[in-house]
Design a protein around this ligand. Structure first.
Ligand code: 9MR
Ligand code: 9MR
Length: 583
């Protein structure tokens, strides 16, 4: 009761132009809809009426009236929900959806290019994560800040020591992006992030070339997306031991920094730790793909494509000699000092990293030895990728370049295509029977740590299915997951900071906590509901899978941000923008 009263008064005071208070129980994409796209809102509180209205924001003029669908019991919460479908209304403008007994939704747009700002904002999010450089007000607005972590004097940790570089050797490894709400840099997580962003460029080069994010490099010839990728690529290249090709698993403090320190205030010693096979193979995949992409810009970046390929091949060679060196932090801490207690990104299954590296190296070099080195597409089924499972990235690249695949391998394409479509069909099956009508959230298993990224990665998979078949049902379900991320979900939040009306204000993100600015850094995707609540925050409203989210900076398990979560958001928003323009 107290909660809804507060919402009521805040809304009344903030928006005198509106006759009614905003109702947080009307859930929809808070950014908006394309004129031609499906348009769905979910009403998640009992209401006596059967009719809903669309009104022009501001004037309150009724422009459309529709019938609410019959109540449906939500499969997790058992709450009654009803769908308001206004897909047939196609006139551009700014509107609210109203139920007289419940009030009005947040205002939203119906217009062309409706997600362009989200696509740009999420890509700009990477700029805000840049390490070793100041973010001037000119580009960072009120979130400007001094450079943090020069990383020009990084220590080789005892776990990474070699004859040539004993523990304590100083190396330079500047730049890159902060991984997440913490200030460390992890190769494995950089891997899928870079692969996703570079694949976006390969899938939609023309659109990406026009995507401007107003960064210091915006005036150069490279697309801003590739300038951003290059910022992290240059860091990744410093993480390879030139003596043997192996790649350090991460560059990190021994322990996480305090939450109230800005980057430049966090000055504890930094280490590169043990080389691992997963990091080295992810690095090989990224640098092979980068070599392919940056060759187009050989005039601007002379030598880069060649150095990337050399780095990739050297990494591959190291991995051949060290095919299964795992990163096991507990074991490491038993053996070496100082203990390292930051993100582990430990992964016992190296098979998918082998596939990804082999695929990218083969596609870049056409050297059959890479393709022959692994057993492609032998698994019966595919899964939605995450940092620990990159098999789909290999498949996406092979499909993207299928025309350039050589004779002995072309038959594999059909196999991967079949598995991909199988998974896509499984994902979209029965979505209409569920309360929120989104692929995301059919099963409780979707609500992992970083569930928002899972939703975005499901969306990418559906985009791939669309690209293969041109069947718009896949595209519309991909868009449904973007709707999920921007507000049509059981929490009522748009999970992208700064985009929408109800968005996270307190992400577990050190700069956003420490900078004294009320609004968090914009364009960052919050992790999203996670019923495991590993952070033990006491402010979670619920343990119901899709409601287990708290906008509290203590909540690293539901409300942190991370580069591998932002990348699929950028991909999905861009892909939807491009593909919704197709007739
Ligand atoms: O800030 C850290 C975040 O980036 C990690 O995802 C998370 C899990 O590894 O850990 C956070 O750090 C917390 C640490 O694990 C326990 N002490 C409190 C730290 C800040 O909340
Ligand atoms: O995204 C990671 C998630 O899958 C793991 O369950 C979790 C605990 O190991 O770690 C997450 O990654 C965090 C990383 O370890 C440190 N930086 C912040 C990342 C996002 O929370």
């Amino acid at each position: 009761m107290k909660f809804s009263l507060t919402i009521f008064w805040v809304a009344v005071l903030a928006t005198t132009a509106y006759a009614q208070p905003f109702s947080p129980v009307i859930r929809l994409n808070q950014v908006g809809f394309y004129p031609q796209s499906p348009k769905i809102a979910v009403v998640c509180e009992e209401a006596p009426e059967t009719v809903f209205y669309l009104k022009k924001a501001g004037s309150g003029k009724i422009v459309y009236q529709g019938k609410l669908a019959a109540p449906r019991v939500h499969h997790f919460s058992q709450k009654n929900t009803r769908i308001a479908d206004f897909s047939e209304f196609k006139t551009s403008g700014t509107y609210v959806l109203e139920l007289p007994s419940l009030g009005q939704s947040y205002p939203f747009d119906i217009k062309k290019k409706v997600h362009e700002t989200v696509a740009k904002g999420a890509l700009k999010g990477f700029y805000f994560q840049r390490v070793s450089v100041d973010l001037p007000e000119r580009y960072a607005g009120k979130w400007h800040r001094p450079a943090g972590h020069p990383d020009n004097q990084v220590l080789v940790h005892a776990s990474a020591a070699s004859g040539a570089m004993p523990a304590g050797t100083v190396i330079a490894s500047p730049g890159g992006w902060y991984d997440a709400g913490d200030y460390n840099k992890y190769i494995v997580n950089s891997g899928i992030t870079m692969g996703t962003l570079m694949s976006l460029y390969e899938d939609f080069p023309a659109f990406c070339k026009g995507l401007k994010t107003d960064i210091p490099e915006s005036k150069n010839v490279l697309p801003d997306l590739l300038d951003e990728v290059l910022w992290n690529l240059r860091w990744m290249l410093t993480m390879q031991d030139a003596d043997d090709g192996g790649v350090y698993h991460k560059l990190t403090n021994a322990a996480f920094d305090a939450m109230n320190e800005m980057p430049h205030q966090a000055v504890k010693p930094r280490y590169v730790v043990q080389k691992s096979t997963t990091a080295t193979l992810d690095f090989a995949a990224v640098t092979a793909q980068a070599s392919r992409i940056f060759r187009e810009f050989g005039t601007q970046l002379p030598g880069l494509a060649d150095s990337c390929l050399q780095a990739s091949e050297a990494a591959w060679t190291w991995a051949k000699l060290n095919p299964n060196v795992q990163y096991d932090q507990t074991k490491l801490n038993a053996q070496y000092d100082p203990d390292v207690n930051t993100g582990a990104y430990g992964d016992q299954d190296v098979a998918d990293e082998w596939l990804w590296a082999a695929a990218e190296l083969y596609l870049t070099t056409k050297n059959h030895a890479y393709y022959e080195a692994v057993a492609f597409f032998k698994k019966a089924s595919l899964s939605v990728p995450d940092w620990s499972n990159v098999e789909a990235l290999a498949g996406y690249s092979v499909l993207r370049h299928q025309k350039s695949l050589e004779a002995p391998y072309t038959s594999d394409v059909a196999k991967f295509r079949e598995r991909l479509l199988q998974l896509a069909d499984f994902l979209i099956q029965d979505v209409e029977k569920h309360a929120y009508h989104t692929v995301m959230g059919k099963t409780a298993k979707d609500f992992v740590w970083g569930s928002s990224a899972h939703a975005a990665n499901q969306g990418i998979l559906l985009v791939q299915a669309y690209l293969l078949t041109k069947d718009r049902k896949y595209l519309h379900h991909a868009l449904g997951n973007l709707d999920y991320l921007l507000g049509r979900n059981a929490t009522g939040y748009s999970f992208v900071t700064g985009f929408g009306d109800k968005t996270p204000m307190h992400p577990h993100h050190r700069p956003s906590v420490a900078d004294g600015i009320p609004e968090p850094v914009p364009g960052l995707l919050s992790g999203g509901p996670n019923p495991s609540q590993q952070d033990k925050c006491t402010s979670y409203p619920s343990r119901i899978p899709d409601e287990s989210f708290t906008d509290d900076d203590c909540s690293y398990a539901s409300n942190e941000i991370a580069i591998n979560w932002n990348a699929p958001l950028v991909y999905l928003a861009v892909a939807i923008e491009v593909l919704m323009r197709e007739p």
